[in-house]
Design a protein. Structure first.
Length: 426
């Protein structure tokens, strides 16, 4: 059984392609079941975030080409559209890749902690959809343990660096004193909550939280001494905002060029700083064409992020050592599955021989033969049957000069030299 990790991310793929390959909450279960029912796929887990879409599969008889085709077809795209951006890892490299992802080593922000929660959610969603079985279940549980060890044993997560942190850092570069500014946060998920905490730490003046579910907006706004609005109310309040940070799960933009133009007129063209963290994008790309608007996407934050992650490089090197060790540990377990099956077959064969010889011995007892004679027959016959095939193969290996096979037999059966054994007993 092979393990495949196939996908694309912020390193290989621009945002305009990534946003076409996402799996939102409304389609993820159908996608999982569709992938798991593909011929040759026995288990499937899909990880879909703003920075990556990855398929983790347990395969038999199919490879990356078929899975790539499924991914393109599911999203109604030609394979040629996404093929240049796809990467595929198999076996040991697939395990190592997942460990790196969950530990934050493959993130845009080195060591960011949110990805581990997203990996856990992807696994839970697959379990609920009954597409994660023994193999991927063991892999992901192993991954959670390794990611925890990386965070415990290294300083990978000690610096306050994240997409949200980068967005707020950029806002501080544009507005040196945030206490005089009003921020509008669109969405109420984990990234927006993190951005809200950073803004609060830098004494943001006012906060407006806009969300599709007004109750969630109220919960976050109450923590910030701000106020909540529904997404439909954004046009009425956008002119108040100096800073806009948006991260929703909407498949379509929630903020269009016309709405921003109207807000700028009300503001008498005072500039608005906007960060669109969402994939698919929340803010229409055409908004960047407007004067007095500074619009940044997740890809634009890369430079800010690089400045803040240098301190994590040494910790990342330590993390790689941990990951390499545990990737090999998992592969050892995976290889042992073949040995388990072989051991079961070997024991079944031996037990069948035992039962056959035992039945003959019992018949001899029933026919009145002395117990000592029957026990001797039982021991002699069973020993011959168990040793016949190994002895024949060892003799053939010696005849053919197969030294490696002879060494393997010596290791397997722990054969001691008869003379040395005798000498040691004297």
């Amino acid at each position: 059984m092979a393990i495949l990790a196939l996908g694309l991310n912020h390193k290989t793929t621009p945002v305009n392609i990534r946003e076409r390959i996402t799996f939102g909450p409304d389609i993820i279960v159908a996608a999982l079941r569709g992938l798991a029912s593909h011929p040759g796929v026995s288990e499937a887990i899909i990880l879909s975030t703003c920075n990556r879409t990855e398929l983790y599969c347990s395969l038999q008889g199919v490879g990356k080409t078929q899975i790539s085709s499924w991914l393109a077809e599911f999203h109604g795209l030609a394979l040629e559209t996404i093929a240049p951006y796809l990467y595929a890892h198999e076996g040991h490299e697939a395990v190592r890749h997942l460990l790196r992802v969950a530990s934050g080593l493959d993130s845009m922000v080195l060591g960011e902690p949110q990805i581990l929660g997203q990996v856990k959610q992807a696994y839970q969603t697959a379990r609920d959809a009954s597409t994660a079985g023994k193999l991927l279940g063991r892999l992901f549980q192993h991954t959670f343990s390794v990611a925890k060890q990386v965070r415990t044993d290294t300083a990978i997560g000690h610096s306050p660096v994240s997409i949200a942190f980068a967005a707020v850092s950029l806002a501080r570069q544009i507005f040196s004193d945030l206490s005089r500014q009003t921020a509008m946060l669109i969405g109420a998920g984990e990234t927006i909550e993190l951005a809200a905490r950073h803004l609060q730490q830098h004494a943001i003046g006012r906060v407006i939280v806009a969300n599709r579910t007004i109750e969630r907006a109220h919960n976050l706004a109450n923590q910030l001494d701000g106020y909540a609005i529904a997404l439909t109310e954004i046009p009425s309040h956008l002119a108040e905002a100096d800073i806009v940070i948006s991260s929703t799960a909407s498949p379509l933009p929630v903020l269009g060029k016309g709405t921003v133009e109207s807000a700028l007129k009300k503001r008498r063209h005072q500039p608005i700083f906007m960060v669109d963290i969402a994939v698919p994008r929340d803010i229409e790309p055409e908004v960047s064409d407007l004067s007095d608007v500074y619009l940044y996407t997740v890809d634009d934050l890369q430079e800010v992020i690089e400045e803040n992650m240098r301190s994590r490089q040494e910790a990342a090197e330590q993390a790689v050592e941990i990951i390499d060790l545990h990737a090999e540990e998992f592969m050892g377990w995976l290889r042992s599955l073949d040995a388990v099956s072989m051991i079961q077959d070997f024991r079944a064969q031996a037990e069948q021989m035992r039962d056959e010889v035992l039945q003959r011995a019992l018949r001899s007892l029933h026919n009145g033969k002395p117990p000592e004679e029957v026990l001797g027959f039982l021991a002699h016959t069973l020993t011959n049957k168990l040793l016949h095939t190994p002895s024949t193969q060892i003799r053939r290996a010696g005849f053919n000069g197969q030294e490696e096979l002879l060494d393997a037999a010596n290791t397997l059966f722990q054969i001691e030299d008869a003379d040395n054994s005798t000498a040691g007993d004297k």
